[in-house]
Design a protein around this ligand. Structure first.
Ligand code: SF4
Length: 228
């Protein structure tokens, strides 16, 4: 008897903001492998170690422990989790929010959103928070974890958002990296930065110690005397 056919599904690595495209290989409901999507403009087929081992997180014994496949509820912390339907879970959450707003006002509710959401998702959640719940307390990890960088952008470049896109790396004559070991922290983007046809190599990373990001740079500005 023939089993389920192997399939490939294009998706996005969920781990970091580089947003690499992946091709997920599966047989039935089981994910069997993953590879970089050669057609994706963020990574052109490259993946870092985390992305290239994504499929290992879906091993059946891990999924059984970690993955919630439907809403779970417990009456209190001493009780075991029990599955409930989506309708019942959503009704309960809506009722609890409504009760808090009625009792303490809308600003008693705050929403903290994942940094992995897309702009359109943020729009919808802001509508929910500000338009429906009436609270101003909504923010995302993408803004809060970037707050010090954003202050730096504003001071140095006059705009409070990263003012470049990946394609700019192809056209840059110089890439100035500060305070980052990009070769380790963003290896896929690092390799893109090094593959520009208009540039020999990424440029100087001022950083307290010599890191892998210093290796191909024609100039580096390590700020401690331990650098050789
Ligand atoms: S750089 Fe690595 S962790 Fe980040 S999105 Fe790409 S594959 Fe995933």
């Amino acid at each position: 008897m023939n089993g389920p056919a192997a399939r490939e599904t294009r998706s996005t690595c969920p781990y970091c903001g580089v947003g690499c495209g992946v091709v997920v290989q599966s047989v039935g409901a089981h994910i069997t492998g993953v590879r970089g999507d050669p057609a994706h403009p963020a990574n052109f087929g490259r993946l870092c170690t985390k992305g290239s081992t994504l499929h290992l997180t879906t091993a059946p014994h891990l999924q059984a422990q970690l993955r919630a496949l439907q809403p779970m509820r417990r009456a209190d912390r001493s009780q075991p989790l029990r599955p409930v339907s989506w309708d019942s879970a959503l009704d309960e959450v809506a009722q609890k929010f409504a009760a808090i707003v009625q009792r303490s006002g809308p600003n008693a509710v705050g929403l903290y959103l994942s940094g992995q959401l897309l702009t359109e998702d943020y729009y919808v959640f802001n509508k929910l928070a500000k338009g429906l719940l009436g609270t101003n307390n909504v923010d995302t990890n993408s803004r809060l974890c970037m707050s010090s960088a954003v202050a730096g952008y504003k001071h140095s470049l006059g705009a409070d958002a990263p003012p470049a896109c990946y394609e700019d790396l192809d056209h840059a004559a110089t890439v100035f990296i500060t305070g980052s070991n990009m070769a380790w922290a963003h290896p896929v983007l690092w390799r893109s930065a090094g593959s520009s046809p208009t540039r020999a190599a990424p440029k100087p990373p001022p950083w307290p110690t010599c890191t892998c990001s210093c290796c191909p740079a024609p100039m580096s500005c390590c700020i401690t005397p331990c650098c050789t």
